[in-house]
Design a protein around this ligand. Structure first.
Ligand code: PMP
Length: 437
């Protein structure tokens, strides 16, 4: 059997770990089958327990913009770890990272390092509520901001895949303060403001949605959010956990020239280690303990090894024509995928911003969560397995982004497109999927 060692590991894993995984989407439930277990990664490749090599388009769900095991990152990590792995005391490396981030994202005057995107978004919301003295927040259907109670309402990513609008265990009393609007529809936001007026502490948004698949903001949408939040003295929080350092050094806020009050960062910031941050205007951030009364803390926050990985990553990204390169790699993929769709008359569309993209089957345009949910999930599952058999490792769910790294060569990208072409040829013999998601 092809995945015999992975299967053996999976059977062992499920005995001790719920679903055999430490994060649900890794279990391949929406595409079927059992997950491959990864043994190592190098550059654009990952290798599984059965020694099969794949071109990786998951990139650990976003952090690995340099590819796997980049020597400069490993060097930074090794040098830091050799001096001790954690102190629970301040280190100079944290300052250097904070200075770099503030420099790259001028809307961030101060930031606090945490260990996950979930923590960053949760803490930003607490601070926004404390700062404004209001309790309600607005999030967008399909945007995911981690799994804290307030934010697990109409979330995307794994939650969307599992079809859970929210999760048991989230008290109604908490969820009631989370209002949801439609991404790319400013009228849905205006309606909430008309109804709740000055009860709304913050709007939190992925400026480019990555958790309903990639959905870029329509022109003027982010500006309109900026305007309405200013009008009602509500804070605007950009969750740039995915987009920060991914679409531009200054994130989506630089790309679209909209300055939020607060920003959440993660993924690339940690260079493959558990590191995230939330930051913003000084007068807001100064409300955090110990300067202010808003409590927030973490034993491993600003961990020196994670900081070293993140710092090495940012320094490499700052060099040269990183984002032009990523754009051209992304364009190759978009054009290649679109051509194959046309060649085989497969209905679908490619949404892309720079090096993050999603291929939606069965729909011709996707600008919000409702449109994304209409995609053909059955076809996506066949696509996923077809690509895996042809040596391409994709996110195991239709509502995710594929991430291209600087390590992906043009030849490797062409290989991915050739694999897609070969798979698409087999789809001719398959009846159109009868059930859409
Ligand atoms: N915000 C966004 C936009 C994310 O994509 C994610 C995770 N995919 C999170 C927050 C949560 O981050 P973490 O998984 O590190 O808790």
């Amino acid at each position: 059997m092809a995945n015999s060692e992975s299967l053996r590991l999976y059977r062992r894993a499920v005995k001790k770990i719920p679903g055999g995984v430490n994060s649900p989407v890794r279990a391949w439930r929406s595409v079927g089958g059992t997950p491959v277990f990864i043994t190592r990664g190098k550059g654009a490749y990952v290798f599984d327990a059965d020694k099969k090599k794949y071109i990786d388009l998951v990139g650990s769900w976003g952090p690995l913009i340099l590819g796997h095991a980049h020597h400069r990152v490993l060097h930074g990590v090794g040098a830091s770890a050799a001096k001790g792995t954690t102190f629970g005391a301040p280190t100079e490396s944290e300052i250097k990272l904070a200075e770099s981030v503030c420099n790259l994202m001028p809307s961030i005057e101060k930031l606090r390092l945490v260990s996950s995107g979930t923590e960053a978004a949760m803490s930003a919301i607490r601070l926004a509520r404390a700062y404004t003295g209001r309790s309600k927040i607005i999030k967008f259907d399909g945007c995911y901001h981690g799994h804290s109670d307030s934010l697990l309402v109409r979330a995307g990513s794994g939650v969307a895949t599992l079809g859970l609008p929210d999760s048991p265990g989230v008290p109604l009393s908490v969820a009631r303060d989370t209002l949801t609007a439609k991404f790319n529809d400013i009228h849905s936001v205006e309606r909430l403001f008309r109804r709740y007026r000055k009860k709304i502490a913050a709007i939190i948004v992925e400026p480019i949605c990555g958790n309903m698949g990639v959905i870029p903001p329509v022109q003027g949408f982010l500006d309109a959010l900026r305007q309405i939040t200013q009008q009602y003295k509500t804070l605007l929080i950009f969750d740039e956990v995915i987009t920060g350092f991914r679409v531009a050094l200054g994130g989506a806020q630089a790309l679209y020239r909209v300055q939020p009050d607060m920003t959440c960062l993660g993924k690339i910031l940690g260079g493959g280690f558990p590191l995230a941050a939330f930051g913003g205007a000084r007068h807001i951030m100064d409300r955090l303990a110990p300067d202010g009364p808003v409590y927030q803390a973490g034993t491993l926050s600003g961990n020196p090894v994670a900081v070293a990985a993140g710092y090495a990553t940012l320094k490499l990204l700052e060099r040269g024509d990183t984002y032009d390169l990523l754009e051209s790699k992304g364009r190759i993929m978009e054009i290649g995928f679109s051509k194959v769709l046309r060649k085989y008359r497969i209905q679908g569309t490619v949404n892309r911003v720079g090096s993050m993209l999603t291929l939606f089957f069965g729909v011709s345009a996707v600008a919000d969560a409702a449109a994304a949910r209409k995609c053909d999930q059955a076809r996506f599952a066949r696509f996923f397995h077809g690509m895996r058999q042809r040596g391409v490792y994709l996110p195991a769910a239709p509502f995710e982004a594929m991430f291209i790294s600087l390590a992906h060569s043009t030849a490797q990208l062409r290989q991915i497109i050739a694999a897609f072409d070969a798979w698409a040829a087999t789809e001719r013999s398959v009846e159109p999927a009868s059930k859409s998601c």
